[in-house]
Structure formats: structure tokens, C-alpha cells
Design a protein around this ligand. Structure first.
Ligand SMILES: Nc1ncnc2c1ncn2[C@@H]1O[C@H](COP(=O)(O)OP(=O)(O)OP(=O)(O)O)[C@@H](O)[C@H]1O
Ligand SMILES: [Mg+2]
Length: 211
């Protein structure tokens, strides 16, 4: 893993969407020359009203969409020139009501095994890391239970574990507490703070002290 001062650095990052309404072209400046620097280990929050451009900014950093102008570095890699290196540098958590992106007829453990396989995590590493993540997120007892029988908050925890399977140095989250009740939202925020502290102490979830 390369060590860089900034986990994320943007350079006049801009996105203009083009759309047509009744044959007339419209331009929406969703992200306008944004320059931010996020240090390694920093917990960085992006706030703004609906439509401010938060999701668009994250999508560019995740290399899902290309900027119209400017660029950014994620873990030191350029989002335009080195998208594959960028993609292996982050975990992505997209808040969704009800954990629709999980396989409901699989257990939490089997969901995580499947996604670890997609991330090319070797089987033995995956098994240790999945156990450590389930333990951290308080799901060890229910690891064999089908996701369809999980509460919304539990599904959020499985999705967070999924985002960390390949041990990424950066975690992008878009509305992680959406759909959660007040208590679960507070619990999730506390969990994320604890996660940041844990990962600061020990970058890898599969190291012996976590097994
Ligand atoms: N694919 C697209 N095509 C056209 N316009 C888009 C597209 N995606 C987003 N926009 C527009 O870009 C602007 C920013 O949207 P974005 O989803 O980034 O906002 P947001 O800050 O994430 O909002 P929210 O808090 O509602 O999630 C909005 O005006 C939106 O309508
Ligand atoms: Mg959004």
C-alpha cells in the first residue's frame, strides 16, 4: 500500500450535467471547482442541502462518472488516469433503505464470502477477516441467519462489513444512516467513530489480535 499524505485531494473538480427539456439543452453545474484535501486517518464529512452535489462528488472520486473539468487523487492515484488503482483503494457504502443490495436469502456470512470472492480476497484471508468484521459489528451470533430476517440496522452493519472486506485504506459513505431510526442512526455514528479509531490503530482487520 502506498503511503500518501492525503487520502483525497481534489483539483478544481467540476461536473456539469447536460440534459434536454423540450428540445432545449440545459446545463446543471452539480460540482463547481471543488478543492478539498482529506488527510489519511481523517473522518471527513460533506454537508449540503439536497441537490448540492455531494453524491456527484463521491461518484467522481469512485470513478463511476468522469469530471467535466479538473481532477482528483484518491490514495495518491489520479481518478482519470489510474481508475483501477483508485478502485482498489476504497470501500464504498451507499446508504439505502432496507439493504436491497444484499442477498436476502443468504446469511450475512455467505453474503460476505460472496463479495470477498468478487474482491479477489484469498479464501483463508477472507474467512479470518469476515469473522473479525462480524465480531466488530456485533453480528457473530447471527452470522448464519438469513439477511431477510435481519433488522434495518443489522443490514447496515453487514453492508459496512462488506465495504471493508478487501481492507481498503479509504471508505466512502453516502448517507450511511438513511432509513435508520434515531437510535440506530446514533449507534451507527458511534460505530463509525470506533471503526475509524480501530483502523487507525491497526490497518488490517485480519491480524491475529482481531481473530
Ligand atoms: N445523471 C444526472 N443527470 C443530470 N443531472 C444530474 C444527474 N445526477 C445528478 N444531477 C443533478 O446534479 C445536482 C446534484 O445532485 P446530487 O445527487 O449530487 O446532489 P446531493 O447533494 O447528493 O443531493 P441529496 O442530498 O438529495 O442526495 C442536482 O441538481 C441533480 O439533479
Ligand atoms: Mg446524494
Amino acid at each position: 500500500m502506498q503511503m500518501v499524505e492525503y487520502a483525497v485531494e481534489t483539483f478544481d473538480l467540476t461536473k456539469i450535467f447536460e440534459s434536454k427539456e423540450n428540445g432545449v439543452k440545459r446545463y446543471i453545474k452539480a460540482v463547481d471547482h471543488v478543492n478539498i484535501k482529506v488527510k489519511q486517518g481523517e473522518f471527513f464529512g460533506l454537508l449540503g442541502p439536497n441537490g448540492a452535489g455531494k453524491t456527484t462528488l463521491i461518484k467522481m472520486l469512485c470513478t463511476i462518472i468522469l469530471p467535466t473539468e479538473g481532477t482528483a487523487k484518491v490514495n495518491g492515484y489520479d481518478i482519470i488516469k489510474e481508475p483501477y488503482k483508485v478502485r482498489s483503494s476504497f470501500g464504498w457504502f451507499h446508504g439505502e433503505t432496507g439493504g436491497r443490495s444484499l442477498y436476502w436469502r443468504l446469511s450475512a456470512e455467505d453474503n460476505l464470502k460472496f463479495y470477498a470472492y468478487l474482491q479477489n480476497v484469498p479464501k483463508d484471508v477472507a474467512e479470518r477477516r469476515i469473522s473479525a468484521l462480524l465480531e466488530f459489528f456485533g453480528l457473530t451470533k447471527e452470522r448464519k441467519k438469513l439477511v431477510k430476517d435481519y433488522s434495518t440496522g443489522m443490514k447496515v452493519r453487514v453492508m459496512l462489513a462488506r465495504a471493508l472486506l478487501h481492507n481498503p485504506p479509504i471508505l466512502f459513505m453516502d448517507e450511511p444512516t438513511i432509513g435508520l431510526d434515531t437510535i440506530s442512526a446514533v449507534e451507527t455514528r458511534q460505530l463509525l467513530k470506533a471503526l475509524n479509531v480501530e483502523l487507525g490503530k491497526n490497518r488490517d482487520f485480519h491480524k491475529p489480535q482481531y481473530v
